[in-house]
Design a binder for this molecule. Structure first.
Ligand SMILES: [Zn+2]
Length: 68
């Protein structure tokens, strides 16, 4: 199972993007929070929502959780 992270800095829509550890767009260590190891990005999104009000799945590594 991949480890998931949520970016600490919001994007221009105020959303905090969730990435898996292997994503080429994974934020630097000082700009992300570790969420844990999950089989599905949906689970990671749930944990990210406990940290931030507005979250979004990365289009590249979490397409199933990306709402567009
Ligand atoms: Zn990503």
């Amino acid at each position: 199972m991949p480890h998931y992270y949520v970016k600490s800095e919001a994007n221009d829509r105020g959303e905090h993007v969730v990435h898996s550890e292997e994503c080429q767009f994974l934020p630097n260590e000082d700009n992300r929070k570790a969420l844990g190891d999950f089989a599905k990005c949906e689970t990671a999104m749930g944990h990210a929502r406990e940290e931030f009000n507005s979250v979004e799945g990365c289009q590249t590594c979490c397409p199933d959780c990306h709402s567009g």
